[in-house]
Design a protein around this ligand. Sequence first.
Ligand code: FE2
Length: 333
Amino acid sequence: MTTQAAPAAAADRLAAALAANRASPSAARERELINLRLAAFREREWPDPVPGAIDRPPATSCSSLPEVPAAALDAEALRDGIQGAGGLIVRALLDRTTAAELRAQLDRAFAARHAAALDDGSPADERWYGRASGVVGGPQQFASQGKAPQQAGSLWAVDSPATAFTLCELYHALGLPALLAGYFGEPGVLSARKWVLRKVPPKPTRNAGWHQDGRFLGDGIRTVNLWIALSDCGEGASAPGMELVGGREPVIHPTGTDGALFDWTVGPELVERLSAERPLLYPRFAPGDALFFDHYNLHRTGTGPADSGFRYAVESWFFAASTAPAKQQPLVL
Ligand SMILES: [Fe+2]
């Protein structure tokens, strides 16, 4: 008599699928990796949330963000930066070669999305643009209304399975699981909705609004956003950067008031009042430089009159696993 073996846990299947894809990458394997990361999150028992466990008082001065080299990045530096000053810049988190390779992957992903939308009969480039069966929801705001998506804009990382695979390998090589566990006191997880490849045109067609991501993400969350520049951008560069209100104030500001253009943005008049105490910052980033902040950070895409090039970046929101909202479609790292 034979007994039926219990199906392997998603975490075990994920480890096996990762090994297989390293040996022989394919679109089918890379899509399955996304499904297994989603399933592994759902299957695992996470600890009870510990709200406020990591809070520390904001620093008094916020005239610039603290900066550390990649070798000095640890949970303590992250805590001091995010909770003390509102953010932390890590110079050369990626070396130039790795940044250039990632940038090429983003180009390929946006080109594959564009080709898929044109649907002209040419074979689909499914490793670079293709949806895993476990991902739900349409990133409507990421496509042009009723038209084929352009070869720029924003794209969910999970919708480019090869890029998602590369990024997760990179995050492990950088030691992010241990860094996030040290910061959160529990594992950090990604999410399908807030893990985004960005290729911002030099002259955005609509004014990017001031906002706090905490406005959209749900209650009781603890987060770390890792934003990695893949272009020279920001102050004095020729591509749009990231403009921030310095300092940390753990409150969600009103939106749709004070001259705001949209109901989800913080009005420019309110930002101007805040800037009396908290200066506006427009850091310069080189390809491979990173910025860490959390859901209280007030920021927008910054632009300059001399901007002439695209700004490439990868945005990865990590949630303390016990606080990750299901609607964000959490994935294990
Ligand atoms: Fe944001």
